[in-house]
Design a protein around this ligand. Structure first.
Ligand SMILES: [Zn+2]
Length: 347
């Protein structure tokens, strides 16, 4: 599903592109999806559409003492949404099926909520709710630390259940409406069927341009125009990807001076293919560790030692790796900076 991932080096992994190929109904994303081309929604948004509707709906998911929830999971979900709507963070003091106590994350703050099970039922009832913060509210102002991947996934899941024919055009409208400045377009096949959707949120664009190391982790291949639109010129750019020839040609056109590193997972997968029919299954398995160790080696002697281990296990594997441009996958010979990333996995 995820087509492209931008690795931001310092732990700010951002999923940049989502390929939803064929997942939404049997036709293209709505009118305007041209033949074999990318389309975007250019309608202007009214001011009202730009309001964060979801957040305002979540402001009252927690009301007060006596409020009941069918199950403990419902209480936790409501609390999470409430915290996001109020720009606050909390920690669990107790988190059990029969009782949940949370407090504001700020150390001295008195904000607190406690709910426990109604006897002989799964129902949870709020018993204590101190809704005033003694911490500095400016600490919370712009943050949504409680917006977890799990919550976001559940929102998307709910949306798809409610709207199984949610069209690319509607998705893009929703994204641009709630995240002005984002880049979102969809692509169709030549027969006008929906192919893929490219989404880059405004926050990701700003984050990459202003706070990130020049490192792109690419998995898959998409229209080159988006790289240019979204990223622009990047000095000293390193790209880690599989060895996809088309992808490299595409990226080379946009970033002529980038350093291309190969994802070690992909390297090993290709190595395993090349060994098919030449070595036993067990042998293939034991080669993987020294390959990772070679890629990770920070000294030449260490690299040589690991490569010699591979040589003893399989000469074919050793020769294949030597011929596979070690400067693209081995840290010790790298010509750019991968900031410790050996693969395209950031999640
Ligand atoms: Zn507080």
């Amino acid at each position: 599903m995820v087509g492209m991932v931008v690795g931001l080096g310092g732990g700010f992994g951002v999923e940049m592109m989502v390929d939803l190929g064929g997942s939404f109904g049997d036709k293209n994303g709505g009118n305007g999806g041209g033949f074999g081309s990318w389309s975007s929604v250019l309608e202007s948004q009214s001011e009202n559409d730009l309001q964060p509707k979801m957040l305002s709906l979540w402001q009252d998911t927690i009301i007060g003492v006596g409020q009941m929830f069918e199950r403990v999971e419902d209480f936790r979900a409501s609390l999470q949404k409430y915290a996001i709507a109020h720009h606050m963070a909390y920690t669990f003091v107790k988190n059990e099926p029969s009782r949940v106590t949370t407090k504001c994350k700020a150390a001295e703050c008195k904000w607190r909520i406690h709910a426990c099970q109604v006897q002989n039922t799964d129902v949870l009832r709020i018993k204590i709710f101190n809704n005033s913060h003694s911490c500095d509210p400016r600490l919370h102002q712009y943050m949504h630390p409680q917006a977890s991947k799990k919550l976001i996934a559940s929102l998307v899941e709910d949306k798809l259940k409610d709207t199984p024919r949610y069209r690319a055009r509607e998705i893009i409208n929703d994204i641009i409406g709630t995240n002005p400045g984002s880049h979102a377009v969809w692509e169709t096949f030549e027969n006008d069927r929906f192919k893929s959707l490219f989404i880059l949120f405004y926050a990701q664009i700003v984050g990459f341009k202003n706070g990130c190391r020049p490192l792109l982790l690419i998995d898959g291949m998409f229209g080159k125009e988006h790289y240019k639109i979204v990223i622009g010129e990047v000095e000293g750019l390193t790209i880690i990807s599989d060895r996809h020839k088309g992808l490299l040609d595409t990226v080379s056109e946009v970033f002529p001076n980038f350093y291309h590193a190969i994802c070690v997972h992909h390297l090993i997968a290709n190595l395993m293919n090349s060994l098919s029919g030449k070595v036993r299954k067990e042998t293939k398995k034991i080669i993987k560790n020294p390959v990772y160790a070679s890629a990770n080696s920070l000294r030449v002697e260490e690299f040589d030692k690991n490569m010699n281990k591979i040589k003893k296990i399989s000469l074919d594997a050793f020769v294949w790796l030597k011929d596979s441009e070690p400067y693209r996958w081995a840290e010790i010979y790298a010509r750019g900076c991968r900031f410790g990333h050996l693969t395209t996995n950031v999640a």
